[in-house]
Design a protein around this ligand. Structure first.
Ligand code: FAD
Length: 487
């Protein structure tokens, strides 16, 4: 990538209709051609995919394109509120926004795209035993990211992520169960050792996932501690570990220090410049040599792009699919990408010291706006409106620390305490893309102050379904080499 703004491609040629490729059952759902409108397929109904389709609905007159969305669920997940689901503040369903209601012109295919065949211009979708192939004229890849695990022994089996609803609901039940079990331990040497492990929570990653989870879970247990006979919230040992030298580096050093102070005042053992060397079912060993007995290892150590984009045989940067500033993928007509899975040059940031443009950060803020931009640019490629390069200046981030504590940096202004809390909640309500979900979340927050907190254990998620590989379905992609496609 160069430091100068790459030239916008003058026009996008519509691909020629292709022959129908054969699926397992010998059939394929062909894309446009011979009297059919062109088909736009979007892979992933998160921030980028959802807003891409909303934008396509707005810019394209009816009947001018067939819009198809492939997503494993029939909802858009508002992931910034996952820590609030994991700590019982917000009800899980309330951050799941129906995809069908706002995307009325879109055909929703439930399943996961397992393979993208670029020469044939088809995708393969799997849902359980069902495998379907669909042709496309324009393909938008917005499958987001997965939790980054590094190659640390024991982490894939024993750590729990916080990127899906399954993981959030599981973590909440798991925490309650560990405290229930600890409360019931006999007062023997073994009983005391088991109790100590059950009452220890290790979270890895002091970005928004790990920090918000620890801070909010700490407050939540304080509010429900009367549930237990012999255990109080102060008996729980919280350890927050990060290889970086700061907490919440996304928010800058002052707000990071403030968050660190809040955590330490609450008794959280924050270990910076430290990581995990190994994990097993009895605990973790940190890189500073400490062994910690625990039954709860929460993994929030950043994200990597979905393995789907890495297996295409196209250029990637740090695992993200390289795009031009108009979000098209160079070298393949009709291929586009946006959000966490895409390496999009950040035109608003300008070139860095090395003369190169950085990529936009993997945040909801960028994913949402890139979605809107890619929808507009595809409509332009189909003859409606004008294409534009993606350019957005970061509006700042927010982090809720539970109680009346929060840190926020809207438009560069540093806020802490109740004011930041108000801004944080207002921001989430504004960005949640459905009025009924907004009302439900707002009521959850109101009830949280008026009513006793929710403390029941549902036990609806099995432990094996909450493992990193199963919850985030990384196993479906298999080894990269096997599914590499030629362009
Ligand atoms: C706990 C947490 C807190 C966060 N807080 C903030 C915050 O405060 N502010 C902020 O800006 N950002 C925040 N983020 C980051 C933000 O959620 C992401 O940057 C954003 O979701 C990226 O949008 P996306 O559309 O690229 O991916 P996602 O929103 O993750 O959507 C990807 C979609 O693709 C689907 N998918 C994946 N693979 C396939 C496949 N093979 N086939 C079909 N569908 C597939 C997924 O199921 C999902 O529906 C947070 C993230 C987490 C986990």
């Amino acid at each position: 990538m160069t430091g100068t703004t790459p030239r916008r491609r003058p026009s996008l040629r519509l691909p020629r209709p292709r022959r129908a490729a054969e699926g397992r059952d010998g059939e394929v759902d062909p894309a446009g051609g011979a009297g059919r409108p062109p088909r736009v397929v979007v892979v992933g109904g998160g921030f980028a995919g959802f807003y891409a389709l909303r934008s396509l609905q707005r810019h394209l007159p009816r009947g001018r394109a067939e819009l198809l969305l492939v997503n494993p669920n029939d909802y858009f997940l508002y992931s910034p509120l996952l820590p609030e689901v994991a700590t019982g503040v917000v009800e899980a369903r309330h951050i799941a926004v129906s995809l069908r209601r706002p995307l009325r012109r879109v055909r929703l295919v439930l399943g996961r795209v397992q393979d993208v065949d670029l020469p044939e211009r088809t995708i393969t979708v799997r849902r359980g035993d069902l495998e379907q192939r669909f042709g496309w004229d324009h393909l938008v890849l917005t499958p987001g990211s997965i939790t980054r695990q590094f190659e640390i022994p024991g982490v894939p089996e024993h750590a729990r992520g916080l990127k899906t609803l399954v993981e959030a609901v599981y973590l909440r039940d798991h925490l309650l169960e560990q405290l229930d079990l600890a409360d019931a331990q006999p007062d023997t040497t073994e009983g005391r050792a088991a109790r100590a492990a059950m009452l220890t929570v290790v979270a890895v990653g002091a970005g928004y996932t790990g920090t918000e989870f620890v801070a909010q879970a700490h407050r939540w247990l304080t509010r429900i501690e009367r549930r237990w006979d012999h255990t109080r919230a102060r008996d729980v040992r919280w350890v927050l570990v990060d290889v970086a030298p700061a907490v919440l580096p996304e928010l800058g050093p002052q707000l990071g220090d403030h968050a660190l102070g809040v955590l330490r005042r609450r008794g959280v053992d924050v270990r910076l410049n430290t990581s995990v060397r190994s994990a097993d079912d009895s605990g973790v060993v940190l890189t500073d040599g400490t062994s910690i007995a625990t039954r709860t290892l929460v993994w929030g150590a950043g994200v990597v792009a979905s393995p789907l984009v890495g297996g295409l045989g196209l250029p990637t940067r740090r695992g993200r699919l390289v795009t031009d500033p108009d979000l098209s993928v160079p070298g393949v007509e009709g291929l586009w990408a946006a959000g966490d899975a895409a390496a999009v040059p950040d035109l608003a940031a300008g070139p860095g010291d090395d003369g190169e443009l950085p990529d936009t950060q993997p945040t909801a803020q960028h994913a949402q706006r890139q979605g809107t931009a890619v929808g507009r640019n595809i409509a332009a490629a189909l003859g409606f409106g004008t294409a534009r390069e993606y350019r957005h200046r970061d509006l700042g981030l927010v982090a809720d620390l539970g109680g009346f504590d929060a840190v926020a940096r809207p438009l560069g202004i540093r806020l802490t305490g109740p004011v930041a809390k108000l801004v944080t909640r207002g921001y989430h309500l504004l960005v949640l893309p459905s009025v009924s979900n907004r009302v439900r979340v707002a009521l959850d927050w109101a009830f949280q102050t008026l009513l006793p907190p929710d403390e029941t254990q549902l036990s609806v998620v099995r432990e094996e379904d909450a493992r990193l590989a199963s919850a985030q379905a990384t196993a479906i992609y298999g080894p990269g080499e096997e599914r590499r496609s030629a362009v």
